[in-house]
Design a protein around this ligand. Structure first.
Ligand code: GDG
Length: 473
C-alpha cells in the first residue's frame, strides 16, 4: 500500500458516486476545496466512508489524492452515524436543543467504527507523517491512532460547538471522549468559548493542568506532553463565490428569481440544512407574526426558505420537517395572495450557482441558528454581495457572530427582538447597508478557508518539527 506524509481522516471521503453509479466526482463541500492544495503538494491521502452501506470499495487515486474507503455496514450507519453521532453527540453539543439519546449499543458501535478509522489511518500514513482528523464522528481516533503510531503528529478539528461543562457532563462516556480528543497534538475549535469549554471539562473530569491554550497530558512514558486546544475559526473559499457572483448569467438568474416571486419590494432568504439547530421555526414564527401584526405585507417582502434535506432517518428530523411544513402551510394559507407569497419553501438541494443567484436576489439574509459551530452560509452570503448591498441578520449563537459584528446580531429566542431586527433590515438605508457589508466582506476576504487550514497546519507543524528532531536525536 502506498504511504502518505499527510493524511486527512473524515467520516466521508471527498467524493460522491456519479449519477450512473460507475465513477466518482468531487463533493462540493468547503473542506474538500480547502484541503485540495495541501493534499496535492503533500502526496496526501484521505481516509473516509464512501457513502454506501455494505459496499466495499478498494483504495483508489482521485485527482492526485489517494482515497482509502472505510467500509460501514447498514448497522454501523444506524448505530455509529445516525445513532451516536447524530442523535447523541449532535444534540448534546448543540446545547440540548433536542434531547440527546444515550444508548450503550450506539456507544459500542462508535468505539468499534472509530477503531476501524484509526487502523486505516495507521496503515496508510508514512513514518513520522501528519494526520488531520475531522469532526465529532471521530473523537476517539486521535488517541487510538497515537497508540498504534506514536511516531505521528496528529491534529483534530471540531466543526461543531463544544458545550459548557454542565451539559457536557451528561455524557456517560465523557472521560473516554476527552481522552480520545487529547490523543491529538492540536485540537482546533471554531470559537474561543468552545476551546474554553473543552479545557474546563478536561480540568474537571481528568484533573489535567491547563496553561493558556496548552493542556498537560500524561504520556505513555510516565511524563507529560503538551496538547494545544485553541480556536481556529473556519471560513470559505471567498474568491469562488465572488467569481460566481460576477457572472452575467448568475446576475440574470437573480433577476428572474425576483420576477418569479412577483417582484416583492424585498426578498428575505434562509438557507439551511433542515436541522433543529438552525432556528428555522423561530424565523417562521417571527415572519408570521410580522404579517399578522400588519407590520409587513406579502407585497413588502417574501421569505424564501431553502431547507435542504438532512438526516431523514433520524426521528427528531422527521418531526421537525412536519412541524415546519405545517407552519409554512398555515402562514401561506393565511397571507398569500394570487400574485404574492409569504414563504416560498424549498425542501431541495441546489447547485452552487443557484445558491449564489439566491444570495444576489436576497435583500436580507436570515441566519437565526439556536447554536451553530460557525455557519458558513453567513460568510457565503456576504462574499457573494459584490455590490456591497444586502443585510445579514445573524444569531449571536452562531460561531460566525464572533467575527461578524457588523451584521444585525439577534437572539433568536427573543421573538420580539427578532421581529424588530427583521424590519430594521428590510428598511435599512443603502448607505448603512454598504457600510456594514463592506466591513463584513473585508473580514471574510481577509480570512478565507486557505488561511484557516494554513493556520491550523502551521500550529501542527511546530509539533511535527519537535517530534522529527526527537526522532533524529
Ligand atoms: C457544520 C457545522 C460549520 C446548504 N444547502 C445547500 C448547500 N448548502 C451548503 C451551504 C454551506 C453548507 O452547505 C452548510 O454549512 P453550514 O456551516 O451552514 O452548516 P452545517 O452543514 O451544519 O456545517 C457548522 C460547518 O460544519 C463547517 O465547519 O460552519 O457550524 O454545523 O456551505 O452553502 N449547498 C448547495 N445546495 C444546497 O441546497 N450547493
Amino acid at each position: 500500500m502506498p504511504q502518505a506524509d499527510f493524511v486527512v481522516v473524515a467520516n466521508r471521503l471527498p467524493v460522491d458516486r456519479t449519477p450512473d453509479g460507475e465513477g466518482w466526482r468531487r463533493s462540493p463541500g468547503g473542506l474538500v476545496t480547502a484541503l485540495e492544495p495541501v493534499m496535492r503538494s503533500a502526496e496526501g491521502a484521505w481516509v473516509g466512508w464512501a457513502g454506501q452501506a455494505d459496499v466495499t470499495v478498494e483504495p483508489f487515486d482521485f485527482e492526485g489524492t489517494h482515497l482509502v474507503p472505510v467500509p460501514l455496514s447498514a448497522a454501523d450507519v444506524q448505530l455509529y452515524y445516525e445513532g451516536f453521532s447524530n442523535d447523541t453527540i449532535w444534540p448534546l453539543y448543540h446545547d440540548v436543543i433536542a434531547a440527546p439519546t444515550y444508548k450503550r449499543a450506539w456507544w459500542d458501535a462508535y468505539v468499534k467504527v472509530n477503531e476501524r478509522f484509526a487502523r486505516a489511518a495507521a496503515d496508510v500514513t508514512a513514518e513520522g507523517g501528519i494526520v488531520w482528523v475531522q469532526d465529532y464522528q471521530l473523537q476517539l481516533v486521535p488517541k487510538l491512532l497515537r497508540e498504534l503510531r506514536p511516531d505521528l503528529t496528529i491534529g483534530y478539528f471540531h466543526h461543531i460547538p463544544f458545550p459548557a461543562y454542565g451539559l457536557y457532563s451528561q455524557l456517560p462516556w465523557r472521560k473516554q471522549v476527552l481522552e480520545g480528543l487529547l490523543g491529538a497534538d492540536v485540537i482546533g475549535f471554531q470559537r474561543v468559548a468552545d476551546a474554553g469549554n473543552f479545557a474546563r471539562a478536561v480540568r474537571r473530569q481528568l484533573r489535567y493542568e491547563t496553561k493558556a491554550s496548552g493542556i498537560l497530558v500524561p504520556d505513555s512514558a510516565g511524563g507529560t506532553r503538551v496538547a494545544l486546544a485553541k480556536a481556529f475559526p473556519i471560513s470559505i473559499d471567498a474568491d469562488s463565490y465572488i467569481e460566481l457572483a460576477q457572472k452575467p448569467e448568475i446576475q440574470q438568474r437573480a433577476k428572474e428569481i425576483r420576477e418569479g416571486l412577483g417582484n416583492p419590494r424585498k426578498i428575505l432568504l434562509g438557507v439551511d440544512r433542515l436541522d433543529y439547530t438552525k432556528g428555522i421555526r423561530h424565523r417562521l414564527k417571527a415572519w408570521g407574526e410580522l404579517l399578522e401584526d400588519g407590520r409587513a405585507t406579502v407585497e413588502d417582502a417574501t421569505l424564501v426558505q431553502v431547507a435542504s434535506p438532512s438526516r431523514e432517518r433520524v426521528d427528531a428530523y422527521v418531526q421537525l420537517r412536519d412541524e415546519i411544513e405545517m407552519t409554512v402551510g398555515r402562514i401561506n394559507g393565511d397571507y398569500d395572495t394570487t400574485t404574492h407569497t409569504a414563504i416560498r419553501y424549498l425542501h431541495q438541494s441546489y447547485p452552487r450557482e443557484e445558491m449564489v443567484a439566491l444570495f444576489l436576489a436576497a435583500d436580507v439574509m436570515l441566519v437565526t441558528a439556536l447554536r451553530d459551530g460557525m455557519n458558513l452560509v453567513a460568510k457565503e452570503y456576504v462574499a457573494s454581495r459584490i455590490d456591497n448591498r444586502g443585510v445579514l441578520v445573524l444569531s449571536e449563537f452562531a460561531g460566525a457572530a464572533d467575527e461578524m459584528g457588523s451584521a444585525l446580531l439577534v437572539n433568536p429566542h427573543d421573538i420580539d427582538g427578532l421581529k424588530d431586527q427583521i424590519l430594521r433590515a428590510i428598511d435599512m438605508p443603502a448607505a448603512e447597508q454598504g457600510r456594514r457589508m463592506r466591513a463584513l466582506r473585508k473580514r471574510v476576504r481577509d480570512h478565507d478557508v486557505e488561511d484557516w487550514s494554513r493556520e491550523f497546519l502551521d500550529a501542527l507543524s511546530v509539533f511535527h518539527e519537535k517530534s522529527s528532531s526527537a526522532a533524529a536525536a
